[in-house]
Ligand binder design. Structure first.
Ligand SMILES: O=P(O)(O)OC[C@H]1O[C@H](O[C@H]2O[C@H](CO)[C@@H](O)[C@H](O)[C@H]2O)[C@H](O)[C@@H](O)[C@@H]1O
Length: 442
């Protein structure tokens, strides 16, 4: 089966490409794509409709064949997985109608959630070795645009001479492995010890979708700065000595340090409590569904729900949201998240923390951000906009991402953080005035 795509519009970036494949697994490659693209798209024909992982870094939508119309503009027809096209055809996404009520919207959410947590293909799961090889080769080509931060360590520290490295860490999927039960997403003692040591070398912050107290309960390190609720609940240092006035409420921590707390969505608290209760009520009939109160946002978990009920669960979330026009919906790894419609995200939280640390001029600082999920993309963009920062996606499968580099899983994250600590300690003893970019740690 061959499907050549000459143009995609309607929410997706425009691109050219060619889908090819057999019944089990289809593959798309986009030779004309730039560096930031994943270098391959995997389509799975085994699902009810053929789903595609988003193929471009900036594309938030999922190209799902069931929700795509193939048009000659005058003669639209719905494409099916058995369609065969041998010459380029323009395709157009179905027009979105009222959000939160349209079936296609639920498919989009579900497709986007799947794309955030694509399954690994293992030959022992019944897939053919060919499928396994194909997956491996797609990952290999993806690595070309998101090289491993371990093998590119030199690139990370290249510009750090006389500059301050600041480390930002996401929690779930970055410091702790993804697990079925969100209450049991513990980080290992080794990871905790590594992060503790890291914080003695560099200012270190955890930026999580969880509520701040919850993420602190997991991490248990007082030496870090924390931003919970996707950055909407920040507790950081207040170093206004350089003249920059940090927003937020100033106070002192137990050690007598000046701290600042900032909660840009404070007035939404009553509404968030209300939507939490409504979501609990409306989703309780769906086996495996759970709702997590993350203080300034609410997470609906799909991970323990059978896929055949995902649409129904998404519909219920959509129904609840109709009554809350000032809240909006985002998606992550098998979760839908309801949050205030304010212009604040993990990227803005990173910027806030850098400023409150006294780095209003980003040329003095090398911010590193490690994260695995959709909401980390805002932080990646922010980091990329700084001159020498480094954005690192944690993923063992190809994903559309703005991150510059990648690490496969929390174990590699730990290895990378250890490497940073070693490099810092080695440097303190030996570096003196030697130019740092001559060292290669690989
Ligand atoms: O920003 P993060 O720290 O990555 O938080 C994002 C969400 O993480 C958690 O959910 C994810 O991890 C769970 C435990 O491994 C997993 O069961 C779930 O499927 C993942 O999406 C957390 O429970 C959410 O509240 C956070 O928003």
């Amino acid at each position: 089966m061959v499907l050549k795509v000459s143009e995609v519009s309607g929410g997706l970036d425009r691109y050219h490409g060619e889908f090819e494949g057999t019944e089990g697994l289809l593959r798309a490659s986009f030779p004309n794509f730039g560096e930031s693209l994943v270098g391959g798209v995997t389509l799975r024909a085994k699902r009810s409709a053929v789903g595609a992982e988003p193929s471009t870094a900036s594309c938030g939508s999922t190209l799902s064949v069931s929700s795509v119309l193939s048009t000659s503009p005058s003669k639209p027809s719905v494409m099916s997985s058995s369609s065969v096209f041998s010459k380029p055809i323009p395709i157009l996404l179905q027009k979105k109608q009222s959000p939160y009520t349209e079936k296609s919207q639920f498919h989009t959410w579900i497709g986007a959630m799947r794309a955030q947590s694509p399954p690994l293909v293992h030959s022992q799961n019944g897939d053919t070795p060919d499928a396994f090889d194909l997956e491996a080769s797609v990952y290999k080509s993806w690595l070309e645009s998101h090289p491993s931060a371990l093998t590119s360590f030199e690139r990370v520290i290249k510009h750090s001479h006389k500059k301050q490295i600041v480390v930002f860490l996401d929690y779930d999927g970055t410091l702790s492995p993804i697990v079925e039960d969100p209450e049991r997403a513990f980080m290992s003692a080794e990871m905790r010890a590594t992060v503790k040591e890291l914080a003695t070398c560099f200012p270190t912050a955890v930026i999580s979708g969880r509520s701040r107290p919850k993420v602190f309960e997991f991490v248990q390190l007082t030496e870090l700065y924390y931003a919970g609720s996707h950055g909407m609940d920040i507790m950081g240092p207040a170093k206004s000595s350089d003249g920059y006035r940090v927003k937020g409420i100033k106070s002192r921590d137990k050690k007598g340090n000046d701290i600042v707390s900032f909660q840009p969505a404070n007035e939404y608290l009553p509404l968030i409590n209300k939507v939490y209760n409504a979501l609990i009520e409306s989703t309780k009939a769906i086996k495996g569904a759970s709702v997590e109160h993350n203080k300034f946002c609410v997470t609906v978990h799909f991970r323990r729900v059978k896929e055949e009920y995902w649409e129904s669960l998404a519909e219920r979330v959509g129904c609840v949201l109709k009554d809350f026009p000032t809240l909006s919906l985002t998606h992550g790894r098998k979760v839908l998240e309801v949050r205030p419609s304010i212009s604040w995200d993990k990227g803005k939280a990173v910027d806030f923390l850098l400023k409150s640390l006294g780095y209003k001029d980003t040329s003095d600082v090398i911010p590193l951000y490690l994260g695995d999920d959709k909401t980390d993309e805002d932080a990646f963009k922010m980091i990329n906009a700084t001159k020498h920062g480094c954005s690192i996606l944690v993923s063992s499968v190809p994903k559309a991402s703005d991150a510059m580099l990648s690490l496969q899983n929390p174990s590699e994250v730990m290895e990378f953080l250890c490497r940073l600590v070693q490099w810092k300690k080695w440097g303190l003893e030996n570096r003196n005035n030697i130019q740092v970019d001559v060292f290669n740690f690989n």
